[in-house]
Design a protein around this ligand. Structure first.
Ligand SMILES: C[S@@+](CC[C@H](N)C(=O)[O-])C[C@H]1O[C@@H](n2cnc3c(N)ncnc32)[C@H](O)[C@@H]1O
Length: 284
């Protein structure tokens, strides 16, 4: 029989040997989920024995983590905007910095106006679209992705968070499958330059979908299309909100200025001090 203390020590040692940057924390999170207990219970009951099945299940998870698989994929979930989102290998794991994009949308649109029409391009797990549908109760939110697998996950997340009735899910290339115009266009599009991709941590390259990350030689291929086409898809006075990568501010600002269709271009930093979200207004 193995108790919690021994299981955690063994797991943290194995994860440390495999090069995990946070061995003890990963081991604790995985064991808490496996046993269905919180951190306090985990720490207060170090002598609690694991059943043979729990011990074997924990060892399998630790082995997966040792091979670099992100904890969120092992658990099948990730917290975003304090909500639990299902994730799987077909979707990018939502990142905390993407919450800055939501905050920026809400800065302009809360209290919510009536009948807002919103589109979330490249919805992945549905994180942005689902949260906006919850936060803007008068909005109808379209969510699009090129990946049918991602859209299936996004649909389940919308249903789990009670907003399916106000969301539409469309598979397609950026705006290609949509008609009509929008008040809000938002996207966290792929923004990794091709040559940067090989420098990403192994856990990302091995496990997260490359089509969710890579964006041509300059990293702003998707921003370019969304900004240009967005000018024809936004209602006058509507706004586009885009997540951007480190060092992309100038290139993205130039894309907005080139079209001559936008004003009030503003940038917002993430909590690490990096310009992370750009927003601009379609001129009226
Ligand atoms: C960086 S991920 C963002 C996922 C999610 N919105 C988030 O913030 O966690 C980009 C998403 O864009 C999707 N995507 C890639 N190319 C696309 C295209 N041409 N049209 C629509 N979606 C695309 C990918 O499948 C992926 O889900």
């Amino acid at each position: 029989m193995t108790d919690i203390r021994t299981a955690l020590q063994r797991a943290a040692r194995d994860l440390n040997a495999s090069g995990s940057p946070s061995p003890r924390l990963d081991a604790e999170v995985l064991l808490m989920h496996l046993l269905g207990i919180d951190r306090l219970q985990l720490l207060l009951r170090p002598e609690m024995e694991l059943t043979g099945e729990e011990d074997a299940g924990f060892s399998r998870w630790i082995e997966r983590r040792s091979l670099g698989e992100p904890v969120a994929y092992i658990l099948g979930e990730k917290e975003f905007w304090s909500l639990r989102f299902e994730v799987g290998r077909e979707v990018l794991i939502p990142r905390p910095e993407t919450e800055c994009l939501i905050e920026e949308v809400l800065r302009f649109y809360r209290p919510p106006g009536k009948d807002l029409r919103v589109v979330d391009i490249g919805t992945g797990s549905g994180a942005i679209g689902v949260v906006l549908a919850r936060e803007l109760p008068a909005a109808r939110v379209a969510a699009t992705d090129i990946s049918p697998g991602a859209l299936a996950v996004a649909r389940r997340n919308a249903s789990a968070h009670g907003v399916s009735a106000r969301m539409d899910f469309v598979q397609g290339d950026l705006f290609a499958s949509f008609s009509g115009d929008f008040d809000i266009v938002c996207s966290n599009p792929p923004y990794i330059r091709e040559e940067e991709y090989d420098l990403l941590p192994e856990g990302i390259r091995k496990f997260e979908p490359p089509e969710a990350l890579m964006a041509g030689p300059d990293g702003v291929a998707f921003h370019r299309t969304i900004i240009r086409e967005g000018a024809h898809r936004l209602r006058a006075g509507g706004r586009v909100f885009l997540e951007i990568g480190e060092g992309q501010r100038e290139a993205v600002e130039a894309l907005f200025e080139e079209t001559g269709d936008y004003d009030d271009i503003s940038f917002r930093k993430d909590y690490g001090g990096i310009d992370r979200v750009v927003s601009a207004r379609k001129q009226g």
